[in-house]
Each structure stands twice: as C-alpha cells, then as structure tokens.
Ligand binder design. Sequence first.
Ligand code: COA
Length: 168
Amino acid sequence: MEERTLTLKDGSRVRVRPLRPREDAPALERMFGRLSDRTRYLRYFGPKKEFPRQKLRRFAGPDGRNRLGLVALDPGDPREIIAFVCYDREGEEEAAEYAAVVEDRWQGKGLGLQMTRLLVEEARARGIRHLYALVLPENRPMLGLLGKLELPDELGWEGGVGRVSMRL
Ligand SMILES: CC(C)(COP(=O)(O)OP(=O)(O)OC[C@H]1O[C@@H](n2cnc3c(N)ncnc32)[C@H](O)[C@@H]1OP(=O)(O)O)[C@@H](O)C(=O)NCCC(=O)NCCS
C-alpha cells in the first residue's frame, strides 16, 4: 500500500502509511506513553502500563496477508505517530481481529474512521473476508465508528466484552 494523505474534519492533513515494525517501535512506544488512562482502558480493557512490544514483533514477519498495521504521522512532527490501526489473524482462522487507537488530542476528528476504511480496503484486497473487534459496552466512539463502516455485522458477548463481527 502506498502512503496516503487524509484530510480531517478540522482541515489537518495527516499522512498514513503501513507500519514499519522495527523502525516505528520507538515512536509507537512514545505514543503509548502519551495515551490517557481512559484511552488505555478502552483499548486494552485495563490499566496497561507496559507498551506491548511483543505484539508488535508479530508484524515484523514476512506475512503480509494475515496482519497489517497502518500508522498516522503527526503533521507537525512526522517522527511522531498519532494513531495506529491494524488487523491480525492467527494462522488460517476465518476472521482477523481489528483494533485501533488514536492519541487523545487527535480523537473525534475523523482519523480513526478514515484509517479503518483504508485498512478494510487493504484487508479485502488481501483476501480477508471477516474482521472482528472486541469492544467494551461503554465505548460509544468505537461502536459509532463501527456503525459508520456500514458493513454487515453481528454483535456477540464474551464475558462482558462485545464482539462485533463484520463481513467484508
Ligand atoms: C475509538 C477510536 C479509535 C475512534 O477514532 P476517532 O478518530 O476518535 O473517531 P472518528 O473521529 O473517526 O469518529 C468516527 C465515528 O465514531 C463516533 N464517535 C467518535 N467520537 C465519539 C464520541 N466522543 N461519542 C460518540 N460517538 C463518537 C461517531 O459516530 C463518529 O462519526 P461522526 O463523527 O461522523 O459522527 C478513538 O476514539 C480511540 O482511540 N479511542 C480510545 C481507544 C479505543 O477505544 N480503541 C478501540 C478499542 S476496540
């Protein structure tokens, strides 16, 4: 996938490109450090203190089909990452897990939705037919974002966490 420039609701222009796992790790870790407790809780379902570096390593493998991450660069300082969306599929499972996080001061400007639309296009092109998201019931922004995708979906529950399954 080529780099794209997205225009947000406030007029900011933000570059989005595929994750480069090794090179991007320090900037992702800095972004993780800037997330509010609320954002961390909504993304990781708990007060996660440590950057999930191990998970990032999975994206460094040669598998360009089962997983893909996209990062958005801060227009004021392109060394910094302000959002990350990804999908990740275990082996030959039918569905890939989708997740997203946008740094607090960039939330609500349309970045998460536009990045997710790009990710969905890429997933389709790579033959992924199903994505699912694990979402806390109080996470209105994420549920709103998923609704805006207008994909056929189904909501299930796994121990108090919603599982939104989408057909691409
Ligand atoms: C959820 C998240 C990724 C959404 O990204 P975002 O860039 O903030 O969202 P967008 O501006 O693209 O909004 C997309 C849609 O979500 C909904 N939404 C966004 N913010 C909302 C809010 N504060 N309240 C209610 N709905 C909201 C709206 O439907 C919105 O569409 P609209 O603006 O056209 O009405 C981001 O807010 C985030 O990182 N949150 C914390 C971590 C998290 O919850 N991750 C997901 C775990 S599954």
